[in-house]
Design a protein around this ligand. Structure first.
Ligand code: MRU
Length: 337
């Protein structure tokens, strides 16, 4: 397929001596770049969601280690600081473990930069492969619903679930795209719609609460989402709201696909129950676009991920292949050592 036609944003860019990040808090109104010159700045960008999406935070963290090495900083504290930036997406820990192994092998800053670049390049290649594999599961003329943002902004490029949708559109398999707005941070409304409009892919935004109604209307045949961590039994943590989409999909006979690179698979976590779910500041729920919408004195609970049980997932698509009706045995066969 013509990748340049469908994939033109690069949110994480190594500049030779510093890391440049597209500030995703400001999109789509403003395209402002942040220049990170040390690991602390990268950690803050991850924590504050200036860079977000499981693969993208792993890539950014790898470059954070490179920055620390170039500055001659002690690397153990830098690794620990980056690792603690967010708890749920295992790509962060996976990328840092790769960097740590290179450090243990005596790598200097230049060798660490080659490793970070390899992590970034492999992610793009994985996404393109997943796009082909995932799109092949979709019958021509189908409608799809996605959640959160899983596109070029969330990855090295092309995207996971959004990559499958891009490949599906290019192949004439996906005829209708719907994106849930993804309260409270609006990754779907602000970021996925930004990418789809830039690509010229016709898509409709829906309120998160319209999803079951949409499924009932017969306009979507697949829900396609990304993942932040896939446990050894196939249980999948992803953006809050994913679980209720999977329940509604099963009820309506709509298929449910998870697309993620193998760096999102965590075979050391036996099931979804063991995945730490990030709780963020209730203030994110109590205001819209920075303006308080809820009465003073009100409280809120703001978990930003949930776990979809493997039993509700029809297919997990990674660059290594497709697992239909995932369970521990199938996961072990594809990802076990
Ligand atoms: O809080 P975020 O925006 O980092 O959450 C992102 C998601 O949940 C994505 O669906 C997931 O990371 C997959 S991105 C390819």
């Amino acid at each position: 397929m013509d990748y340049d036609r469908y994939d033109r944003v690069r949110a994480v860019q190594w500049q030779g001596d510093h890391l440049r990040l597209l500030d995703q808090r400001l999109l789509p109104q403003e395209e402002r770049w942040i220049d990170c010159r040390d690991a602390a700045a990268v950690t803050q960008a991850i924590r504050d969601l200036a860079v977000r999406g499981a693969p993208a935070i792993g890539i950014a963290a790898a470059w954070g280690v490179v920055l620390a090495a170039r500055r001659g900083e002690p690397l153990e504290p830098a690794l620990a600081m980056l690792r603690a930036a967010r708890p749920t997406a295992v790509n962060l820990m996976w990328a840092l473990d790769r960097m740590k192994a290179r450090i243990a092998a005596g790598a200097d800053a230049a060798a660490l930069a080659r490793e970070a670049q390899a992590i970034q390049d492999e992610d793009l290649a994985a996404n393109r492969r997943m796009g082909e594999l995932g799109a092949a599961l979709i019958a021509p003329g189908s409608g799809v619903l996605t959640h959160c943002n899983t596109g070029s902004l969330a990855t090295a490029g092309f995207g996971t679930a959004l990559g499958v949708i891009r490949a599906g559109v290019a192949a004439g398999r996906v005829a209708r795209v719907y994106a849930g707005e993804t309260r409270p941070w609006q990754q779907g409304a602000r970021l996925t719609m930004y990418e789809l409009v830039r690509d010229g892919i016709p898509a409709k935004l829906i309120a998160d609460s319209a999803a079951a109604h949409l499924m009932r209307s017969g306009q979507v045949q697949w829900v396609i989402v990304g993942a932040d961590r896939i446990a050894a039994n196939g249980d999948t943590a992803n953006k809050i709201g994913t679980y209720q989409l999977a329940i509604a999909a099963r009820h309506h006979g709509v298929k449910f696909m998870v697309a993620a690179p193998s760096s999102t698979v965590d075979m050391a976590t036996p099931s979804g129950e063991a995945i730490e779910i990030e709780l963020r500041d209730p203030a994110e729920l109590l205001a819209v676009a920075g303006r308080r919408t809820v009465v003073e004195g009100a409280e809120a609970w703001n978990p930003v991920f949930d776990v979809t049980p493997a039993a509700l997932i029809d297919a997990i698509v990674t660059e290594r292949g497709v697992i239909e009706r995932p369970d521990a045995a199938a996961m072990q066969a594809m990802f076990g050592r």
